[in-house]
Design a protein around this ligand. Structure first.
Ligand code: HEM
Length: 409
C-alpha cells in the first residue's frame, strides 16, 4: 500500500466526513488502483478506485457474485437468508426472474403519475422555501422528496412512509457493537412487519402501486412468492431512500458552488438531461458497491482469490481522470457521462427512472422559481462508508421576481 493510505481506515465512517477523501482517492487511483486491505473492522477486502476496474467487476456477475452481499458490514445471516430471493443479492436466472417482476411496474403509467404528483408537491414546497432566507435543505427537501416518491410507489400515506424511512435508516445504521446490532435487527423486523400487513391489504384491495403489481402479477413466470415480495419491498425502500436523499442535496450543493452553471441552465433548458447526469456523477450518492469473487481472478494485475471481497469506491470511479476530463469540475454539458452512480451490468439500478425523475423535477421547479442559490455556511458531510452525501446543507434560494400578473409555465 502507498504511504498515503497507510493509517487511513477505509471502513471508518468518520473517514468520509472530512474534506480529504477526494485527495485520498486521487492518490489511490494513481498509485494503487486495486489494493488489498488485509484487516479492517469488516475483515479483509480488495479496494478498487478506478472506473475501468470497477466496470470489469460490475459487468462480470459470474466471477463477481452479489449473493454474498453488496456492501460491507451487512448482517451475514440476513444476506444468506435473502440470497437468490432478493434482487440486489441474486445472480443469474434468479436475478433475471426477480428483475422482470420489478421492471413491469417501472415501465407503467404509474411512474408518470408519480412524476406529476411529485412536481405539484415540489412546486408548493419550493414556493415556501424561496424567500431568500436560509433554508436547511437536507431536512426540507432531501429527507422529504424521496419519501413523497416512495409513498406514491407503495401507495402509502406520508406519515407511514416517513416512519418507514426512519426504520430503514435505523436498520442500516453503521455503528458497530452488540446493542447496535440488535437495534438494527429490531428496526428491520418492523419494516418487514409493515410490509407483511401492506401485502395482505393489497391482495384484497389492489391499487396502482408496486406492491399491488407484484401481488397480482398475471404472468406465472414472473409471479413471486410472498416472502420474495416482502424482500422486494425491503429492497425498494433500501435502494430508493438513502441514495435519492443524497442526490437531492447534491443538486443544491452543485449549483450553489457553481453559479455559472446555474445561469447557463436557466438560459438553456435543453441542458436539463445532461445536468441530471452530471449531478449524479458529481454528487455520487453511493459510496461503495461490493462483490465477492467466485474463482481466482487477475484484476488490474492483482491476484484476487475465490471468496475475496472486492469493494468499488464509486465517487472515486466517477472522478477517474482517464474517463472524465477535469473530473472535479461540475459541467452540465458533460457528454458522454459514463458515471457509475446507478451502477453497471445486470444490477444497474432498477429504480433509475425514479431517481432521475426526482432530480429532474426538482431542477425544473427550481428553474421556474429560483433566481440564485447561495451557500450559507459549510455543508456537513454524512459519516458513512455506504452512502456519500450530506447531513446538513444551508442555502438561500433567491426567488425570481416577476412583474405582477406574469404567469409562469
Ligand atoms: C438517484 C437515486 C439512486 C441512486 C444513486 C441509486 C443507485 C443504485 C446503484 C449504484 C445500484 C446498483 C447496486 C449493485 O450493483 O449492487 C442500484 C440498484 C438498485 N436500486 Fe437504485 N439508486 C437510486 C434510486 C433508486 C430508487 C428510487 C429505487 C426504488 C424505487 C431504487 C432501487 C434499487 C434496487 C431495487 C436496486 C437493485 C437492482 C438489482 O440488483 O438488479 N434505486 N441503485
Amino acid at each position: 500500500m502507498t504511504p498515503e493510505l497507510t493509517g487511513v481506515d477505509l471502513t471508518d465512517p468518520a473517514t468520509y466526513r472530512g474534506t480529504g477523501r477526494l485527495a485520498l482517492w486521487r492518490t489511490a487511483r494513481r498509485r494503487c488502483p486495486i489494493v488489498r486491505i488485509s484487516s479492517s473492522r469488516h475483515g479483509p477486502f480488495w479496494s478498487v478506485t478506478t472506473h475501468d476496474l470497477a466496470r470489469q467487476v460490475l459487468e462480470d456477475p459470474v466471477r463477481f457474485t452479489s449473493t454474498r452481499g453488496m456492501r460491507l458490514g451487512t448482517d451475514e445471516a440476513a444476506v444468506t437468508a435473502a440470497a437468490g430471493r432478493m434482487l440486489v443479492v441474486a445472480d443469474g436466472a434468479d436475478h433475471a426472474r426477480l428483475r422482470a417482476a420489478h421492471a413491469a411496474w417501472f415501465r407503467s403509467d404509474e411512474v408518470t403519475a408519480m412524476r406529476d404528483a411529485l412536481r405539484q408537491r415540489l412546486e408548493a414546497e419550493v414556493e415556501t422555501l424561496a424567500t431568500g432566507e436560509p433554508v436547511e435543505i437536507v431536512q426540507r427537501l432531501a429527507d422529504t422528496v424521496p419519501v413523497w416518491a416512495m409513498g406514491r410507489m407503495l401507495g402509502t400515506s406520508e406519515a407511514d412512509t416517513t416512519r418507514l424511512a426512519e426504520f430503514v435508516r435505523a436498520a442500516f445504521a453503521e455503528e458497530t457493537g452488540q446493542g447496535r446490532r440488535s437495534a438494527r435487527r429490531a428496526a428491520s423486523a418492523h419494516v418487514f412487519g409493515y410490509f407483511a400487513n401492506l401485502l395482505e391489504s393489497r391482495r384484497e384491495d389492489p391499487r396502482g402501486d408496486v406492491v399491488s403489481a407484484l401481488a397480482h402479477e398475471p404472468d406465472p413466470d414472473r409471479r413471486l412468492a410472498d416472502d420474495e415480495i416482502l424482500l422486494s419491498c425491503d429492497g425498494l425502500v433500501n435502494g430508493g431512500l438513502g441514495t435519492s436523499r443524497h442526490a437531492v442535496s447534491g443538486v443544491l450543493l452543485a449549483f450553489a458552488r457553481h453559479p455559472d452553471q446555474w445561469l447557463r441552465l436557466r438560459q438553456d433548458h435543453s441542458l436539463i438531461p445532461s445536468a441530471v447526469e452530471e449531478v449524479l456523477r458529481w454528487a455520487s450518492p453511493p459510496m461503495h458497491i461490493m462483490r465477492t469473487a467466485t474463482s481466482d481472478v487477475l484484476l488490474g494485475g492483482a491476484r484476487v482469490q475465490a471468496g475475496d471481497r472486492v469493494v468499488l469506491w464509486i465517487p472515486s470511479c466517477n472522478r477517474d481522470e482517464s474517463v472524465f476530463a477535469e473530473p472535479d469540475a461540475f459541467r452540465i454539458d458533460r457528454r458522454p457521462n459514463r458515471h457509475l452512480s446507478l451502477g453497471a451490468g445486470p444490477h444497474y439500478c432498477v429504480g433509475a427512472s425514479v431517481g432521475r425523475i426526482e432530480v429532474r423535477v426538482l431542477l425544473q421547479v427550481l428553474l421556474d422559481k429560483v433566481d440564485r442559490i447561495e451557500l450559507r455556511g459549510e455543508p456537513v458531510r454524512t459519516a458513512s462508508t455506504f452512502l456519500h452525501g450530506l447531513d446538513r446543507l444551508e442555502v438561500a434560494l433567491l426567488p425570481i421576481h416577476r412583474p405582477d400578473g406574469e404567469v409562469t409555465v
